[in-house]
Design a protein around this ligand. Structure first.
Ligand code: FES
Length: 113
């Protein structure tokens, strides 16, 4: 019922992270707390992609670290948070990670999966 020129549409995306702008390791291992199964995450692969390769599906929506759909509890290890949705308290506690964009500062990241 609105005239077309009265509608304004904006799409938002996360700013890309500059290479080398953080302390994340190029590659690291993600271990599943439930089974002990481990998968290597290399520099060209996201945690979500690496987990999918071994049959572990993590729900995603934006794929850009904005929505929080891919949030998983961290059991141990130090995440490199590259999302735009966690609170300061969540980042400081390192208790959760957004697996679509975030990486790891520690060689092994154990997730509650
Ligand atoms: S899928 Fe949206 S933050 Fe990861």
């Amino acid at each position: 019922r609105l005239p077309a020129d009265a509608i304004h549409l904006e799409r938002f995306t996360a700013e890309p992270q500059a290479p080398g702008s953080d302390a994340a390791l190029d590659s690291f291992d993600v271990q599943l707390a439930s089974s002990g199964k481990t998968v290597r995450v290399d520099s060209k692969t996201s945690i979500v992609e690496a987990l999918a390769a071994i049959g572990i599906e993590v729900d995603t929506s934006c794929g850009e670290g904005v929505c929080g759909t891919c949030m998983v509890d961290v059991v141990s290890g130090e995440p490199e948070h590259r999302d735009h949705c966690l609170s300061k308290a969540e980042r400081a506690s390192n208790s959760v990670i957004c697996c679509c964009v975030s990486r790891s500062r520690s060689p092994v990241l154990v997730l509650d999966l």
